[in-house]
Design a binder for this molecule. Structure first.
Ligand SMILES: [Zn+2]
Length: 62
């Protein structure tokens, strides 16, 4: 993968589960909390993942 993936917002930093769907899109999900993103290219997928886990909602209580 071209881009480094950040650890999931749940704290999981192991391998993420990537999948290519028949319909042509890709998904990436965390096996711990099942947070997932989807995109049509691997680069966008990585970007979306990193954005989604970087987003801080509220004060990070959890
Ligand atoms: Zn997670």
């Amino acid at each position: 993968m071209a881009e480094d993936l950040k650890p999931c917002k749940c704290g999981y930093s192991g391998a993420l589960a990537g999948m290519r769907h028949k319909e042509g899109f890709l998904t990436l999900h965390c096996p711990e909390c099942l947070h997932n993103v989807e995109a049509f290219t691997i680069n966008v997928l990585a970007e979306r993942w990193n954005e989604s886990v970087a987003k801080k909602e509220g004060d990070g209580h959890a």
